[in-house]
Every structure is written in structure tokens, then in C-alpha cells.
Design a binder for this molecule. Sequence first.
Ligand SMILES: NC(=O)c1ccc[n+]([C@@H]2O[C@H](COP(=O)([O-])OP(=O)(O)OC[C@H]3O[C@@H](n4cnc5c(N)ncnc54)[C@H](OP(=O)(O)O)[C@@H]3O)[C@@H](O)[C@H]2O)c1
Length: 277
Amino acid sequence: MTDVHPLARPDGRILLIGCGNLGGALLKGWQAAGLPPRAIHIVDPNLKADTLALPATNVHRDIAEAPAADIAVLAVKPQLIEALAAGIDAALSPATILVSVAAGVGTDRLRHLFPTPGAIVRAMPNLPASIGQAATVLYADITTGSRARAAAAGLFELVGSTDWVADEGLMHAATAIAGSGSAYIFLMIEELAAAARALGLPDAVATSLARNTVAGASAMAMASEAPAASLREQVTSPGGTTAAALQRLMQADGGLGTLLKQATQAAAERSRELAGT
Ligand SMILES: NC(=O)c1ccc[n+]([C@@H]2O[C@H](COP(=O)([O-])OP(=O)(O)OC[C@H]3O[C@@H](n4cnc5c(N)ncnc54)[C@H](OP(=O)(O)O)[C@@H]3O)[C@@H](O)[C@H]2O)c1
């Protein structure tokens, strides 16, 4: 068996099942990364082919119309999976690698619902996939071989960073950090802008400063080898303005650290509830 990534073959084919918020972000990212339109097929009941930069023949309203795929990415809402499983499974082949991005649906459940595909991988990406900057966590059990793992990871490396966890229980934590995490940073931008307005800055300036400050700090953290704590210390003169703010943000009880731990624990707990574990 060849080690060439399935999508590097001229006839390699990916099937994206569900093209909503996350599926749409993955599609945009794959297209920007150069995946040829002929390689991507989509199944979603309400999509219009002319908005997707894909041939009309690659956009399907019904899974029964879709061709066999090397990799099928399951990106529908978790609560729909049970009802759709039989129809989806019938469209897969033993050569298909099924990659599920559904929060909280475990490998055992997926295997039960999808007996046909030869390999199953779980992935928890996030919306910055649309600009090639997703952070994706992957998990597969020991029955999934290295070729299928590499093929699944390759798909997400096209749209950002990838990390594997060896314990499926950690996918709840991955969901709380990566899957949901972009929302925390968007909230940070919203609240920084609101704080700027409260200090008297005009709306447009407040919005611009909040977005660009988060973007600049993120880019600097990525460009630097230094840990984030060192970068923070570089901005903080003893007795200065930053120190005055950090004293409040870093207080042991009720500071940002406490809040983030509580928030991510709530997200992980909700992921466990959705999984029924
Ligand atoms: N959003 C995120 O940031 C994020 C992050 C990590 C993981 N996820 C996971 O990604 C999955 C999708 O989440 P989402 O936020 O992208 O949800 P979403 O926006 O609702 O997208 C789901 C898409 O599936 C479509 N769909 C419905 N029935 C279908 C069918 N029979 N066949 C094919 N497609 C069908 C929906 O169409 P209609 O809208 O017309 O029903 C919609 O376009 C979930 O399992 C979620 O846990 C999401």
C-alpha cells in the first residue's frame, strides 16, 4: 500500500458531510491551501453550488448522490448523527477514512454507527481553519493504522497546526480549549473594545485598538521563542500602568486565570454531558 496522501493522487477525493460554520471554514481553508476543486465533494441539503467555487457536480443535496471518497469528514451537528448514520454509512466504503469533527461523539459510538469505513479518526478543529490558522486536536484508537492517521492529520495540517492525544477522554479538554476557544478570544476583543469605550475612546478607535492589540500580541507570541509569561513581563514595568491592570487581572481569586479555568471546566463538562459519559 502506498504512503502517498490520498488527496495527492490525481483521483483522490474528500467528501465533506455538512458545510455549515465549521465545514464551511474547512472548505475555505482547503481551497486556499490549493486542494483542487475536483478533489472536494460536499453533501449538504441547502447549499448552492455557485457560492462555493466548486463544480456543480461536486455539490450534493443527498448523500446517496455522492461518490465514494478516500476521506469523509463528518461535520453535521452531533445530535443529527444517529438519524443520518445509516444513509451516510451506505455511501462509504471499506477504503474510506471517516474523520468526525463532532463534539462529544466517541469512537466506540462512531464505530457502532459507521461499520463500513476501514478507519475512524476524531478531530477537534476550530474556525480559524478558514484562514489556515486552525488548532486541531486528533485522536484515533489502536485499530487505526499509521497511514490513516497521517492521511487525516494531513487534511488538518493544510489549515493550521495539529496535535494528537493518546487518551480519548482528553478530547473533552481539547473541545473546551480548541473547539470552543476562538469564542473566548472573540469575547476578549469585544470586551476590550467595550472597556476602551468606557474609558472614553470613540467607537471606531476602540474597535480598531481592541482588534489590532489582540492580533499584534498573538502574532508576537507566535513569532517569539519566549514563553508568553516572559513577553508579558517585558510589557510590565514595576509600578507602571500595565502592572496596575495585571494586579486586578491576575488576582488569585476571581482573576482571569480563575475565570478561564472555570469557563473551560464548564465547556469540558458540557462536552461530557453531550457524550453521555
Ligand atoms: N462551529 C465550531 O466552531 C466547531 C468547532 C469544532 C467542532 N465543531 C463540530 O462541527 C460540527 C458542525 O458544527 P457547526 O457549528 O458547523 O454546525 P452547523 O453550522 O449547523 O453546520 C452543520 C451543517 O450540516 C448541514 N446538514 C444538516 N443536515 C444534513 C445532512 N443530512 N447531510 C449533510 N449536511 C447536513 C446543516 O444544514 P442546515 O443548516 O440547512 O440544517 C449545516 O449546513 C458539529 O458536530 C460540531 O460539534 C464545530
